[in-house]
Write a protein of this length. Structure first.
Length: 353
């Protein structure tokens, strides 16, 4: 039998400012849509726990599945044996793409102390040469922030980190043109800073110095969000072992988040990121509900159907004995079965007399 497709689905991907107005208290349709089976919510902005609660209030009360992806605070774990040139280039791409305004952007780099100075120096040399200004297509490296509220949030995160002891290696201020903000590297950051803890959604990288790979993994697993992480090392076997220890939805070795463009691979997270899954057959399973259909083609009566008698009881007792290895009465099973089926047939046969 061919399976039916998924039922009616509602999905929303709100803008930052629209989310507060449209979703407050009425995330899903309250009236109509009686056949709605799944409600999806994805946000590309700093999210709040209340967004998940508001989005799920009405759907879940009606037995509707809720799938939510509520953002991330992705990290790169940079180990001392990494290919430094590729690591600097890769972190640059994934930290500054769309000016960091993506849930899969690298926001934090956990770097081993033995390599952190070389990594930060080389990264800063590259970032200082990037163009964060309006210009013809192909002549701008870092995009502007999406709107004034986001611009102010990025500036607040950087200013608070600087006041708390972070070192501004490069950038750290607006360019003075529109909503462009300089590509910013903050060194000596700590887990308590908002720039490490919360979504910044800007062209800012917080560098946290760690004692080793295990320290970096532990910090990623303690973080609020659990969307993605990357491990930068030449030892691919070690990268695989560390990946197994990371409690996030997506782990990439020597690259970052590129699996989001591969439909066959699941995209999802843990903790405050939410439990929604996009892409792959796992996402499809969210949209459908299993249904079992069994058709018995036999015309025979079943042994265990009523009326019951002592032959059925003895048959069951002998089967239990056989399962335990006691087979001295097993020879009686065919006789009991034949007699039992004959009595069932006599009981239900239409009386032709």
């Amino acid at each position: 039998m061919a399976p039916r497709g998924p039922g009616p689905v509602a999905a929303r991907r709100p803008r930052r400012r629209a989310a507060g107005r449209r979703f407050r208290g009425r995330a899903a349709p309250r009236r109509g849509h009686r056949r709605l089976r799944l409600y999806g919510l994805a946000r590309d902005r700093p999210s709040r726990a209340g967004a998940l609660r508001r989005a799920g209030r009405h759907p879940q009360q009606r037995g509707v599945t809720l799938s939510a992806e509520l953002g991330g605070k992705d990290a790169a774990i940079v180990l001392e044996d990494c290919d430094l040139e590729r690591t600097v280039a890769g972190v640059t791409a994934w930290a500054l793409g769309n000016a960091g305004q993506a849930c899969g952007a690298i926001d934090v780099a956990y770097v081993e102390r033995t390599i952190v100075d070389a990594f930060v120096a080389r990264l800063a040399r590259a970032w200082r040469r990037l163009r964060a200004a309006p210009g013809p297509r192909g002549e701008t490296d870092v995009a502007p922030l999406a709107h004034r509220r986001q611009f102010d949030l990025v500036r607040a995160h950087v200013d608070e980190a600087r006041a708390a002891g972070a070192v501004v290696v490069c950038g750290g201020r607006p360019t003075g043109v529109g909503l462009f903000y300089e590509p910013t590297i903050l060194d000596h950051c700590t887990d308590e800073m908002r720039v490490v803890r919360d979504e910044t959604f800007g062209p800012v990288l917080a560098v946290v110095r760690v004692e080793g790979a295990s320290d970096g993994v532990a910090r990623v697993n303690r973080a609020r969000y659990g969307l993605g992480a990357s491990i930068w090392t030449r030892d691919l076997d070690r990268a695989r072992r560390l990946a197994e220890r990371l409690d996030v939805g997506v782990v990439t070795g020597n690259n970052h988040a590129l699996s989001g463009a591969i439909p066959e691979l699941p995209w999802g997270g843990t903790r405050a990121t939410g439990d929604g899954v996009a892409n792959s057959r796992h996402a499809l399973h969210t949209f459908v509900r299993p249904k079992t259909v069994v058709v018995d083609a036999s015309s025979r009566l079943e042994l265990y159907w009523p009326p019951y008698d002592r032959a059925l009881v003895e048959f069951g007792d002998i089967l239990c004995d056989v399962q335990r290895g006691v087979i001295d009465r097993a020879w009686r099973l065919p006789l009991l079965l034949r007699g039992r089926m004959r009595r069932l047939s006599d009981f239900f046969r239409e009386d032709d007399r």
